[in-house]
Design a protein around this ligand. Structure first.
Ligand code: TRP
Ligand code: ZN
Length: 877
């Protein structure tokens, strides 16, 4: 019977509807007969009934061609194929299920499941990609022991990789060969991986704490071996760090990393076989910047750390994603902090959170770090789940301290190793191991939105008492109206005007510098305060909140120079700038003159010239916040006003600090290129100075310096910094340099991504025409996610003036791109739409055009669940 029903709208799954699976699979033997056109998959699973009421086995499966089903070696005909899988009726309580099916990797442009990347074949199974490979219980609470046999043409695919240990291999008569892999650790299907191809391999070894030898192998495209060494260094550093800081050792005899060019995200932690976007593996000084090097270190660490936080203990269901991601981001942040500059790492993480996560909280996609409902899971790999999730772990670390936090980790592994856990389980382990009550703290998992702290104070000279009043308030978000008071750690310090730190005390008792906020309004009294103090608030960004306190300029200037916490010095500078950005945006909108007091410029001059400050930190303080970061200062964003005010500030800095910038620029030359933190710091400050110099009213000198630096650079950091400022400050040399770069690098996709992104973020009036023209550039293709993010992602996200052009041309352009990408790669399409769904943040005219664009998109035939979820939320706002 064939009843035609109207196309149903996708429905959301709810966190509270979780039910344990009716069946589980304890073991699976996979057999792949590999070829790009058609791959035959044979899956032999041991299935065990868990719920005696259940007689139908419901398996997930999409885009599969079923060949046969056997139960206990006998053909089975009592089944039904549905749109989302396979229902096998009246199955026994324990049996061997053998399913044969075919897939077509070559047609897989979504890069989910088994697909073709360049000359290789590879998989991506998180979150729900395994169902594109075979019919299975594709949910993270079903853990099975996997063995994988791969057969393929030997010449085309000399390396056949999967999870675990290689236990057998052999040759076949027809030019084919096979390899058999076995992974002793039970795992959910999302951690399955397979790679076939021809590679160069960098090999090394690691001796673990308990003296076990682990083979390390990094697989890269042929010819790229000279770009694989930093990844290996980072891997070994990560393995050592996890042993010393967390006491966690690697558990297999081999650890492999494969770099592929076609990948939707950064990288994937498949057990024993991490697969990486080549962007996060390949680096040599001529092609990669210091930021690329640090990014590789961070992502290599991140995926490696997942081996314990994600793989050994996995997630019960996808609503618990932050259990592994928030925790693993916290771990990779700490790793990077321990390897390099802790202060700068913190500043960069906070910048990302404030710029992107705060914007997400204020958008139709607002959700708690543990989402309540999901239509398409791929839409929830967000800065909220990852970065805010890491902040929530960090707050627990702040509340417990390192020792109790590590005791909590130990207990967590003791209770949950080898199984699938929940966020509640994690907090319970932290609470039980520390004896600290986290009941109210747990609200951070269920409440979305960015809390706002308003701090007022009073100094009582007669009684030498200082009183702090703190209010917390979380504005409603689209997903949630009612908000409760959270448990917020507020780290503070008090200073005398001579710089001396005031000891915190009340009635003779010391008070800890981290205050526990638990109510909507709270007072804190400090005794023996002999003068009106200067307060440093939210040190180290102790909680992911917005802070309001009526600072005087002089207090901020004091904190910029004197705060003991490096983050606080940076943050004071940010608050000072924010004040003048707000003022000047208003001036701009009212056609008034823009202005910046000399005292502010002098404060920045003092930081620039301060000799006992890390140059890396100086560069952070002297780098003006991005237009996107500034946008978060406003409820209604005026992209042009923000752009013009930022330009005004840059020009003021350049004109007024010119000689100092020039001197510091020359002083921080590093002749030889090395990845050492002191050198990275120097280059960062040098290039920060060069950038500012280019905005001086007279930019002829800068034009020469930039051109010289570009041509003389022996490394990509200096080369790209020069090119970047040439484009952004519209220096005369920009056209020549852009052509030179294209000529030199056009065959190198990863390097060209930098060039594409620069073109897309140019302040040039005709930038949209340029971007459209670049869609046919020899280095561009709409089938590679890195290229898409570099050109189109950069334009829609990082060129707000052009994307939000009054005539709606930016929105129209995005509609055209998304119409094409909707079918081709829904994951990438759904990420690109983010700036368009934030329509509520713009004026009426822009809102109308954005809504029109969204309505056009909603009419697309076969609109993906990914885009549907975001568009429908945006339109219901
Ligand atoms: N688990 C991966 C990480 O954070 C994320 C990831 C990689 C991913 N590829 C993906 C998520 C594809 C969704 C889809 O390290
Ligand atoms: Zn991760």
């Amino acid at each position: 019977m064939n009843t035609k029903t109207p196309e149903a709208q996708p429905i959301a799954k709810k966190r509270l509807d979780y039910k344990a699976p009716n069946f589980t699979i304890t073991d699976i033997d996979l057999d792949f007969d590999l070829a790009p056109e058609i791959t035959t998959v044979t899956a032999r699973s041991r299935v065990v009934q868990k719920n005696q009421q259940a007689s139908d086995l419901i398996l997930d499966g999409e885009d599969l061609k079923l060949i046969s089903i056997n139960i206990d070696e006998q053909p089975w005909h009592d089944y039904q194929i549905t749109k989302t899988g396979l229902i096998i009726h009246n199955v026994p309580t324990e049996f061997t299920l053998t399913i044969v099916n075919e897939i077509k990797p070559i047609n897989n442009t979504a890069l989910e499941g088994l697909y073709v990347s360049g000359e290789a074949l590879c998989t991506q199974c998180e979150a729900e990609g395994f169902r594109h490979i075979t019919y299975y219980l594709d949910r993270p609470d079903v853990l099975a022991r996997f063995s994988t046999r791969i057969t393929a043409n030997k010449q085309r695919y000399p390396y056949l990789l999967s999870n675990g240990n290689r236990i057998a291999q052999g040759e076949l008569a027809d030019g084919h060969h096979w390899v058999q892999w076995q992974d002793p650790f039970p795992k959910p299907a999302y951690l399955f991986a397979l790679v076939a191809g021809d590679f160069d391999i960098l090999k090394d070894q690691f001796i673990t704490q308990s003296k076990r030898k682990v083979d390390l192998e990094i697989y890269v495209d042929k010819g790229n071996l000279d770009r694989s060494h930093w990844a290996m260094t980072s891997l070994k550093n990560a393995m050592r760090w996890d042993e010393t800081r967390f006491g966690l050792e690697y558990d297999l005899d081999i650890f492999m990393i494969v770099a592929v060019d076609f990948f939707n995200m950064g990288a994937m932690e498949n057990k024993g076989l991490n697969i990486f976007n080549s962007k996060y593996v390949l680096a040599k000084p001529q092609t990669a910047t210091d930021d690329d090097y640090l990014g590789i270190e961070g992502v290599i660490g991140h995926e490696y750390f997942h081996n314990w936080t994600g793989n050994r203990v996995t997630c019960r269901d996808w609503f618990q994603l932050s259990l592994k991601e928030g925790l693993t981001v916290f771990r990779d942040q700490e790793f990077s902090a321990d390897m390099g500059s802790r202060a700068v790492k913190r500043i960069e993480d906070v910048k990302l959170l404030r710029t992107v996560q705060f914007a997400e909280d204020a958008s139709p996609m607002s959700h708690p770090i543990r989402p309540e409902q999901v239509i398409e899971m791929n839409n929830f790999y967000t800065v909220t789940v990852y970065e805010k999730g890491a902040e929530v772990i960090r707050m627990m670390h702040t509340l417990l301290g390192e020792d109790k936090f590590q005791a909590g980790m130990k207990l967590y592994f003791k209770r949950h190793d080898g199984s699938a856990a929940t966020c509640d389980d994690f907090v319970a382990a932290m609470q039980d191991a520390s004896g600290i009550d986290l009941t109210q703290f747990k609200l951070w998992y269920s409440q979305s939105g960015t809390p706002e702290l308003t701090v007022t104070d009073n100094y009582d000279e007669k009684n030498q008492q200082y009183t702090l009043t703190v209010e917390q308030y979380t504005p409603a978000t689209q997903d949630q109206n009612q908000k409760q008071a959270l448990h917020i750690p507020l780290d503070i310090e008090l200073y005398q005007h001579d710089g001396k730190v005031i000891t915190l005390q009340y009635q003779g008792q010391p008070i800890h510098h981290v205050l526990n906020l638990t109510q909507s309004t709270q007072q804190f009294i400090f005794d023996n305060v002999t003068e009106k103090p200067i307060i440093s608030l939210l040190r180290d960004f102790s909680a992911p909140v917005k802070l309001t306190y009526d600072y005087q300029d002089n207090d901020l200037i004091f904190l910029m120079q004197q705060a003991t916490n490096a983050f606080s010095r940076y943050d004071a500078a940010q608050m000072l700038l924010a004040k003048y950005v707000r003022l000047n945006v208003k001036n701009y909108q009212e056609n008034q003159k823009l202005a910046l007091p000399d005292s502010v410029l002098d404060a920045f001059r003092a930081v620039l010239l301060s000799e006992n400050t890390d140059p890396f930190l100086i560069a952070q303080i002297l780098t003006l916040p991005s237009e996107n970061e500034l946008a978060n200062l406003f409820t209604v964003v005026d992209p042009i006003a923000i752009h013009e005010v930022r330009l005004f500030l840059l020009t003021q800095f350049a004109n007024e600090l010119y000689d100092e910038l020039l001197a510091v620029y020359h002083h921080n030359n590093t002749s030889q290129y090395q990845i050492k933190h002191n050198d990275i710091a120097k280059r960062s400050l040098k290039n920060c100075c060069l950038t500012l110099l280019a905005y001086a009213d007279d930019n002829s000198r800068a034009n020469t310096l930039v051109s010289q630096q570009y041509h003389q650079a022996n490394n990509m950091t200096d080369c790209l910094a020069a090119l970047n400022v040439a484009v952004k400050a519209e220096l005369d040399c920009r056209t020549e340099l852009l052509v030179n770069f294209d000529d030199k690098w056009h065959q190198d996709g990863l390097v060209m991504d930098k060039w594409l992104a620069l073109n897309a973020t140019s302040p040039d009036k005709n930038v949209l025409a340029t971007v459209k023209k670049l869609l046919t550039h020899r280095s561009f293709t709409l089938s590679n996610p890195n290229r898409i993010r570099a050109l189109i992602g950069a334009f829609v996200n990082n060129n707000p003036v052009a994307f939000h052009a009054k005539d709606g041309s930016g929105y129209q352009f995005l509609v055209e791109i998304l119409t094409e990408l909707n079918q081709k790669n829904p994951q990438v399409a759904a990420r690109l739409i983010d700036p368009l769904i934030r329509l509520k943040r713009y004026d009426e005219k822009r809102q109308q055009q954005m809504r029109k664009a969204l309505e056009d998109l909603l009419k697309i035939e076969n609109l993906s669940k990914d885009l549907f979820e975001k568009i429908s939320k945006a339109l219901e706002a």
